[in-house]
Design a protein around this ligand. Structure first.
Ligand SMILES: [Zn+2]
Length: 105
């Protein structure tokens, strides 16, 4: 079976299809003092190994709404694919189930 149907992300908040990946990394920018009251900023160095893993995940590129499903943030490609390939009805049922679970607790 050849299923090459292109997956498409649709933002629940704003309806665009622009998908982004957000990651908080340590970013260092060298600053040099010029002596005449001016400062010069060099090119930023992003340390990809030093990031907050709790705050990464897929977001809408347009409104930055995080992608979440049934109360969980979608962080990995596998979760993203699962989410996008999920039957919309099943997806809705899971959302509802997590909503009522939240209200009961
Ligand atoms: Zn959006």
């Amino acid at each position: 079976m050849c299923d090459d149907k292109k997956l498409q992300f649709t933002c629940r908040e704003c309806g665009t299809h622009e998908l982004g990946y957000q990651k908080y990394t340590k970013c260092m920018t060298p600053v040099s003092l010029q002596g005449n009251g001016h400062t010069e900023y060099g090119s930023s160095v992003i340390d990809e190994t030093d990031y907050l893993c709790d705050d990464e995940g897929f977001v809408c590129l347009n409104c930055q709404a995080p992608l979440e499903h049934a109360g969980y943030l979608i962080k990995t490609e596998k979760e993203l694919i699962d989410y996008l390939t999920m039957d919309p009805q099943v997806r809705e049922e899971k959302e509802q189930a997590s909503m009522s679970a939240t209200m009961e607790s």
